[in-house]
Unconditional design. Structure first.
Length: 317
């Protein structure tokens, strides 16, 4: 999915972020149900059916199904498949497989997007370490989504964390992205780069941050189905993603049930490192005074501080 070149970044109102939070919670619960269903012998088409039921029961719409002709509710990428794997009846999971599950939902016209990678039973320590490194890099990137910083500070935090975890390679051809009234929006969010570059992060921005780590070389290739991206050398891949809103209270992870509290803690990114971070209530929804009832009414504002974009990148899921 090649990104469009745009000159501005969408700024959401509190009410629009509230709708994105509802979409994010749909995604979080859908991923939880699908990941729990992962087992030996299940097909990825069966996993997609679970996701479709969950999103339908929630009264939401899939961000993925029908997007440029994509045929399914989720992406299921197995082993050397990095992103955009299409669920199939003949793709059944085997012991030791690694599967990335990527999902998106729309509520009231606003999107949420997240991904998780899980295993089918026990796997070698090297594979477990790969998944842990990828998820930890995601949380370091999320923690950097703070107003006043630059977009590439997120990219640099992801790269620094990944490199500190071991000799992994970050996929560079596919990136995270802005998100809101559309699933894929400006700006692209690379998973590598020098700090202090790109758009200035501002309250009301929302980003889908998604590192992709591989055990082998970082080069990729696209399969003949036009969607599935695999490692060129057949090595295993991991992919984690969350949608985060930049708020006055710090990063608000819209696709985490608790808003990100446990993820920051478990990944070694202390909450005190995130200025003013306030955990969500038990139902996953914030109720601060600043959240008005303008849930999606009127256009979102835009920031014109677009900065410089990396060339040759493509948006991921």
């Amino acid at each position: 999915m090649r990104r469009r070149r745009e000159s501005s970044v969408e700024i959401k109102t509190p009410g629009q972020l509230a709708l994105m939070r509802e979409a994010g919670l749909v995604v979080a619960r859908m991923l939880r149900q699908v990941a729990a269903a992962v087992e030996l012998g299940i097909s990825t088409a069966e996993l997609d059916a679970i996701a479709e039921r969950e999103i339908r029961d929630a009264g939401a719409q899939s961000s993925f199904k029908g997007y440029h002709g994509y045929p399914a509710t989720i992406c299921t990428s197995i082993n050397d498949q990095i992103v955009h794997g299409i669920p199939r009846d003949d793709a059944t999971l085997a012991a030791g497989d690694v599967i990335s599950i990527d999902a998106g939902a729309i509520v009231g016209g606003w999107h949420g997007d997240a991904a998780v990678t899980v295993t089918v039973g026990p796997v070698p320590d090297q594979v477990t370490a790969l998944l842990q490194a990828c998820e930890r890099a995601l949380w370091h990137g999320l923690a950097t989504a703070v107003a006043g910083r630059r977009l590439s500070d997120i990219s640099h935090a992801i790269e620094t964390s990944a490199r500190a975890s071991g000799s992994y390679r970050l996929v560079q051809e596919y990136t995270g992205h802005g998100i809101g009234s559309q699933m894929h929006m400006h700006p692209p969010v690379p998973n590598y780069g020098k700090p202090g570059r790109g758009p200035l992060l501002a309250e009301g921005m929302a980003l889908a941050i998604e590192p992709m780590l591989v055990l082998g070389r970082r080069q990729t290739r696209l399969l003949d189905d036009g969607w599935t991206v695999v490692t060129a050398d057949g090595s295993l891949a991991a992919h984690f993603e969350h949608t985060v809103a930049i708020t006055a209270d710090g990063p608000w992870v819209l696709t985490a049930i608790d808003g990100g509290t446990s993820g920051f803690s478990q990944s070694g990114v202390g909450i005190e490192q995130v200025a003013g971070f306030a955990p969500d209530s038990e139902d996953g929804l914030r109720q601060p005074a600043r959240e008005s009832a303008d849930a999606g009414h009127g256009p979102a504002r835009e920031s014109s501080d677009a900065g410089h974009e990396p060339a040759g990148t493509r948006l991921s899921g």
